[in-house]
Write a protein that binds this ligand. Structure first.
Ligand code: NAD
Length: 360
């Protein structure tokens, strides 16, 4: 399967089982210089780096090229300014030029960090995304958002910078833990609710990773296609791209309130989507959102994702929401879904959010 993204720059996304055995062939046309840097993390490198390097070693095309690797410690804490700086220095020490190429080989952490490095090294060097988690395959590898975290907050430094190619092999997902896998699947559920009723029909009865696996290529394709269409209309998130944040305002607040320990990102987004539907119901007393709430609860519950909203300290979330970088003039653009597959943006006053949280 293949998709083409055309915004500031155009690039292809290939989605195919077994594609990881042909990475050397897919990337050839993007190699213009002498050097390739594979940026990866400690988990992905121990599982897959040898295999990837063997592909280059066994292909004559690469015999005079310099293939280097840079391995960061796995985990969100690695998306930091020290690693960013060290990789830039590593590129300079190894005489990388704008003709050379970077491969981001890993989950969203590697993709965001390697993408930001690429956006700024010699004012921009090409990079290829080879995402290895479900979240990165359906979300972070597409759309050109790159970032690192600062002490003051997540993703506070970054750039919009597109890859030149995205290679997605669902076979990488076989080695993911169930928790990391389901984390990504919460983003799949999000796409269904904001834009794709057919995807919703497909996923509503899935009960396990095994069920998901049988249609994973099509699921990834549908998600990337939605993201592709949305970013095409609004690359820099001035409008419609915000619908991709469904569940994320409450979700980010939940993650942060519990210090990123109690809930993973996907778990928090799942809970955040439930809260967003409930909030909509609170504001408008819509009877149909009750059905949407139940349908989402059911999907999350069947798959074993968290639904334990009763454990959330609603009042505590408000203080965190006040620091949301998306707030302006005491309002925040909230994403609501009244009909599955049709999300919309609505400006909400902070006082309404406060009243809702207090009502719980
Ligand atoms: N740029 C964007 O548009 C965008 C969108 C959403 C999220 N993000 C960012 O993505 C990051 C989260 O991404 P993530 O969930 O992929 O996290 P991650 O990169 O930390 O990966 C999760 C874990 O899975 C491991 N892993 C990766 N691939 C594996 C594989 N095939 N087999 C076994 N283990 C594997 C990693 O080592 C890590 O321990 C966050 O930093 C978030 O801010 C960015």
């Amino acid at each position: 399967m293949k998709l083409r993204v055309e915004n500031l720059t155009a690039y292809d996304i290939f989605i195919k089982r077994g594609l990881k055995k042909q990475i050397n062939s897919y990337i050839k046309e993007f190699i213009k210089g002498q050097n390739i840097l594979i940026i990866t993390d400690s988990n992905v490198s121990s599982l897959y780096l040898k295999e990837l390097k063997q592909l280059f070693e066994s292909d004559d095309y690469y015999k005079d090229l310099n293939v280097l690797e840079y391995i960061i410690t796995a985990g969100e804490q690695s998306k930091n300014i020290n690693n960013y700086n060290d990789i830039l220095e590593f590129l300079a020490e190894n005489n990388f030029s704008r003709k050379d190429i970077i491969i981001a080989f890993g989950g969203g952490v590697v993709g965001d960090l390697a993408g930001f490095v690429s956006s700024s090294y010699v004012r921009g060097i090409s990079y290829i995304q080879i995402p290895t988690t479900l979240l990165s395959q359906v979300d972070s590898s597409v759309g050109g958002k790159t970032a690192i975290n600062l002490k003051s907050g997540k993703n506070l430094a970054g750039a919009f910078y597109n890859p030149v190619l995205v290679l997605i092999d669902p076979d990488f997902l076989d080695t993911l833990s169930d928790r990391v896998y389901l984390d990504g699947f919460c983003e799949v559920i999000k796409y269904a609710y904001i834009k794709d009723y057919i995807l919703y029909e497909k996923i509503k009865n899935l009960k396990s990773k095994k069920d998901i696996d049988s249609s994973i290529e099509e699921i990834i394709y549908r998600c990337c296609d939605i993201k592709r269409k949305v970013v095409l209309k609004d690359h820099k998130e001035a409008g419609i791209r915000k619908i991709l944040n469904f569940g994320h305002s409450f979700g980010h607040a939940i993650e942060k309130y519990y210090d990123y320990k109690k809930f993973s990102h996907g778990e928090a987004v799942g809970l955040g989507m439930l809260m967003a539907i409930d909030f909509n119901n609170y504001l408008n007393e819509l009877s149909e959102t009750k059905d949407i709430y139940d349908s989402l609860f059911d999907i999350l519950d069947k798959l074993g994702c968290k639904t334990n909203l009763y454990e959330i300290d609603y009042n505590g979330l408000y203080e965190i929401l006040l620091k949301d970088k998306k707030i302006s003039k005491n309002t925040i653009d909230f994403i609501f879904v009244d009909i599955i597959g049709k999300a919309y943006i609505k400006e909400i006053k902070l006082k309404d959010i406060k009243e809702y949280l207090n009502s719980k």
